[in-house]
Design a protein around this ligand. Structure first.
Ligand SMILES: [Cu+2]
Length: 397
């Protein structure tokens, strides 16, 4: 067998794959753990150490383990040559299982305490609190199952490790055990699914049920930005038609619909606190996704398939700045679909303000129907529409 055949033999391929799997696993874990200390200003010296460093660390650790293994093997063989009993690998593996249990449990604990706080910020919307409660319940239930099963698994591996003194008991089938481990998870999962179903239904229907007025806002994603449209003084958004998208009419607004005339556009998504907001979500090219982690909002923006998300922001930006003790804090809206090369840059500032502040802000927005667009669409003759637009323009001066 030449060297190439040796390396590519099935046995070695398995070893290589296992090595790669462990490498990938530890790599992801280390990268995840890094972001906590990625704040260079806060902790200089402990931030990103680079991929090379960790590759080297891993190779060194793997080599050390391989050397220890070889030394033990040599020791074992020399004992056998001297006619003594070799090492009891069953005991060693059994003890290693217990060590793995303890280290693994500590690892899980460390993961939750160190990285748990990185999962999601405080919920700043009404339904967000409910989603968090559901998330917490699911986490607690699965964690209890996780701890019990891991303890059982590894202590059984230790307790019933191979011994020459006893023989294994053969258990071909047991109906009671089958029933227990089928029915209990089925009940728990049913409860979780029903809990989730009602929470989601409540999130989706929140506005209608209470009969509150809803602020409609259009948000349209394209490569690589979001366009935001607010209703004008009439509180109604005019119709859109993708076939009208051309030139200055980048959103394809249908100006035959009178509600369109006074619609306004904005750079920032400003929302009045404690009011129901309905985001009407559109996409012009590929699938994007509206994602606002603080509000627990995420909804895909699909070309040709308008979607929406209704929610009620509960904490103003100012209040959140005080809470997180950061005067520069801003809520953000991200694109959560990898939609192309500048996907990372597809974000908008979201500002939650009081109703007074909102009314002041919205009064100063620029109309979507600019004079240029008016000329382009040959709308100048529409007198009845003109007066409305002039009012809007007057507000801007
Ligand atoms: Cu996108």
């Amino acid at each position: 067998m030449n060297t190439f055949e040796k390396i590519t033999s099935v046995k070695n391929t398995k070893k290589l794959l296992a090595f790669l799997a462990v490498f990938m696993l530890s790599g992801t874990n280390l990268l995840m753990a890094q972001t906590q200390t990625a704040d260079a200003a806060a902790k200089p010296g402990v931030n990103w150490l680079g991929v090379g460093y960790y590759v080297l660390l891993f190779v060194v650790a793997a080599t050390v383990i391989a050397i220890i293994g070889r030394i033990l093997k040599v020791y074992d063989l020399s004992q056998q040559i001297r006619g003594k009993k070799g090492m009891n690998w069953n005991n060693i593996l059994g003890v290693m299982c217990l060590i793995f249990l303890v280290v693994g449990m500590y690892g899980a604990y460390w993961d939750i305490t160190e990285q748990g706080s990185m999962s999601l910020p405080e919920a700043a919307s009404k339904h967000g609190v409910r989603i968090d409660a559901m998330f917490l319940t699911t986490t607690i239930i699965t964690m209890i199952v996780f701890v019990i099963t891991q303890i059982l698994l590894f202590t059984f591996l230790f307790r019933y490790r191979h011994s020459d003194k006893r023989r294994a008991y053969f258990l071909p089938h047991n109906n009671t055990i089958e029933k227990v481990w089928t029915i209990i998870p089925a009940i728990v999962l049913t409860i979780l699914v029903i809990f989730g179903f009602f929470t989601w239904q409540d999130v989706e229907n929140s506005a209608e049920v209470k009969g509150q007025p809803t602020l409609n806002i259009d948000i349209t994603g394209h490569q690589f930005a979001w366009e935001i449209r607010y209703p004008g003084a009439d509180g109604k958004l005019g119709k859109k038609d993708f076939r009208l998208t051309a030139g200055a009419n980048k959103l394809g607004i249908d100006f035959k619909d009178k509600n369109s005339i006074d619609d306004v556009q904005a750079d920032t998504l400003v929302l009045p606190v404690n009011k129901v907001v309905r985001l009407n979500i559109f996409a012009q090219d590929v699938i994007h996704s509206v994602y606002m982690p603080h509000f627990r909002v995420q909804q895909n923006a699909v070309p040709g398939l308008p979607t929406f998300f209704k929610f009620t922001p509960t904490i103003t930006t100012e209040e959140m700045r005080r809470k997180v003790d950061d005067p520069k804090f801003e809520y953000l809206l991200y694109c959560n679909k990898i939609c192309g090369s500048s996907h990372y840059n597809m974000q908008k500032v979201v500002r939650v303000v009081t109703e007074d502040e909102y009314n002041q802000w919205v009064a100063h927005l620029k109309p979507y129907l600019t004079p240029a667009l008016r000329t382009e669409l040959k709308l100048a003759s529409a007198d009845q529409n003109k007066s409305i637009t002039e009012n809007r323009l007057a507000l801007n001066n």
